[in-house]
Design a binder for this molecule. Structure first.
Ligand code: NAP
Length: 258
């Protein structure tokens, strides 16, 4: 698809991949709207990227998605691309006590968020000549990361939903794209630095991942596997138990017991 003269909404545009998407897509000549929960971070991005439209919105809250839709549909009726990027990842020891309302947080943000965004914005996307939905999953959607069990569930769930969505939208004007991102040096991963079994040297720069995503979108790829995501894809098919055992080394000494 052409990546110029589009109106693009990116959830979670204040850091990591979302910020890289915003700056690169603006540079290509697109109108870009970003969201996030933290107003100060939104203001900081606005200073760095004066052309960006920054709207506070929490993707885990249905009411926020409804009001985001009302504002965007009113002010940007030509919106034709949504990038479901906002995400959170925690280390969770299942041996510890967790509030039932809190334990599912990644599901609410990373999985329910995109599902609700798609449902809310679909009628607007259907009105456009060319439209796309890009969902950011993860190599972890292919291979669980035991130290982050709820995150792992959220990303494999999002991959499954994305595949179903692509089939259901096959005869529409809307392309459905999955970015299977490998580990990257963003604040999402700060909590793992220094953790035994975690190889920070494997983290890919977020800008490079977003470059690969933009190239994939331009070339009409439906699934994009930057860097080691390609290897994870092959290895998780050939040797799934080995891959889970490898991933399970992160946090093993501190997280897997009382
Ligand atoms: N980094 C990696 O290794 C990696 C690998 C594969 C996939 N991914 C995925 O890539 C996406 C972006 O991750 P990242 O590494 O760029 O993370 P990041 O640097 O921590 O940025 C996350 C962004 O999401 C926003 N966000 C978080 N919760 C939100 C919510 N409830 N509503 C709206 N915005 C929210 C954050 O802003 P606020 O905090 O202000 O809301 C921030 O803008 C995520 O879906 C992540 O799972 C990351």
């Amino acid at each position: 698809m052409k990546l110029q003269h589009n109106t693009i909404l990116i959830t979670g545009g204040t850091g990591g991949f979302g910020f890289e998407f915003a700056s690169k897509l603006i540079a290509l000549g697109n109108r870009v709207i970003i969201t996030g929960r933290n107003t100060e971070k939104l203001q900081e991005v606005k200073q760095k990227l004066p052309k960006v439209v920054a709207i506070q919105s929490d993707v885990s809250k249905s009411a926020d998605i409804r009001s985001l839709y009302d504002q965007v549909a009113q002010e940007f009726p030509g919106l034709n691309i949504i990038i479901n990027n906002a995400g959170e990842m925690r280390k969770i020891s299942l041996h510890h006590k967790h509030e039932l309302t809190d334990i599912t947080r990644e599901i609410e943000i990373n999985l329910m968020g995109p599902i609700r965004m798609v449902q809310q914005f679909l009628p607007l996307l259907r009105k456009q000549e060319n439209a796309a939905i890009l969902n950011v999953t993860s190599g972890i959607a292919l291979m669980t990361f035991p130290v982050s069990p709820v995150y792992s569930a959220s990303k494999s769930g999002l991959r499954s939903y994305t595949q179903a969505l692509r089939v259901q939208l096959k005869h529409t004007n809307i392309k459905v794209i999955e970015l299977v991102a490998p580990g990257s040096a963003t604040s999402l991963n700060d909590k793992f630095l220094g953790e035994d079994g975690f190889n920070a040297g494997m983290l890919m720069a977020p800008g490079k991942i977003v470059d690969a995503a933009i190239k994939g979108m331009k070339n009409d790829k439906t699934e994009i596997y930057p860097g080691v995501a390609r290897i994870i894809r092959i290895m998780s098919r050939i040797a799934p138990k080995f891959m889970i055992a490898q991933a399970g080394k992160t946090g093993a000494s501190t997280m897997y017991s009382n």
